[in-house]
Design a binder for this molecule. Structure first.
Ligand code: MN
Length: 247
């Protein structure tokens, strides 16, 4: 079927089995019927390196490979949680790693794909952290450490982040409108699809007199969902999750 699906911010981890099951069902169901599936970052809650052969990671990798091996084109963009996903995971899962941002022609509509964290420029502390950890030299040094040490560092950062988030205002945690406008202008007024903020919505931005839609994908904390695109447009689809509740 000529459909393209988008998901982001699944934050998969072993402690949310109902969500993991919803993801497996999604891959075997709607994803298997699609032409292409784009995962726009934060597929995993954390990623310490492709050499982490934790069975949970293996089960996700296997499910992705089952999808890509049937001919569905699978794309993966890094999120702020799983930006250390590398060539090995990409090759083994059959997912093509996409740069952030990526501009594509989606059934005739220019569409810009992003994870979304680079739009949150009011969060200066985060942007500084991002600059540091996205430096290839930093990543090389980090990945050269034993896996157990890397996992410890990541766990420490996550605790620190929870504390920091409690001190940050809602506005700081969302995208910065001026940054969104600058990106839309730079890419010649496309439609924008991103995740990261966990604030699903469709926004309209008027930039230089041009109307640009911004579709924000939902996270998979309590329910699963995806954005389906075909020649008729975009629509958000909710997935059943066992025991799932809306918050
Ligand atoms: Mn994110």
């Amino acid at each position: 079927m000529n459909t393209t699906l988008f998901v982001s911010d699944l934050h998969l981890c072993p402690t949310r089995p109902a969500i993991n099951q919803a993801f497996f069902d999604f891959l075997r169901g709607p994803a298997a019927q699609a032409q292409a599936v784009y995962i726009l970052g934060d597929l995993f809650e954390s990623w310490a390196g492709d050499d982490d052969d934790d069975p949970f990671n293996g089960s996700i990798l296997q499910a992705l490979r089952s999808l890509s091996s049937t001919g569905v084109t699978l794309y993966l963009m890094h999120g702020n949680r799983d930006f250390l996903i590398g060539q090995r995971f990409s090759a083994d899962s059959g997912a093509t790693l996409l740069p952030d941002p990526t501009l594509l022609d989606l059934y005739g509509t220019p569409t810009l794909l992003m994870h979304g964290d680079t739009l949150c420029t009011d969060d200066i502390g985060y942007q500084e952290f991002r600059k540091k950890v996205r430096d290839p030299r930093y990543q090389q040094q980090f990945l050269a450490q034993p896996l157990v040490n890397r996992k410890q560092i990541i766990a420490g950062l996550q605790t620190e982040n929870v504390e920091k988030k409690q001190l940050k205002s809602d506005a700081i945690m969302d995208v910065t409108p001026a940054t969104v406008e600058a990106v839309l202008r730079e890419y010649r007024y496309p439609r924008l699809i991103h995740g990261h903020t966990h604030r699903p919505a469709v926004h309209k931005h008027i930039v230089d007199g041009r109307v640009c839609e911004r579709w924000v994908l939902a996270d998979w904390y309590t329910t699963g969902s995806y954005l389906a695109s075909d020649a008729t447009g975009l629509k958000n689809v909710e997935l059943p999750v066992a025991g799932g509740t809306r918050v």
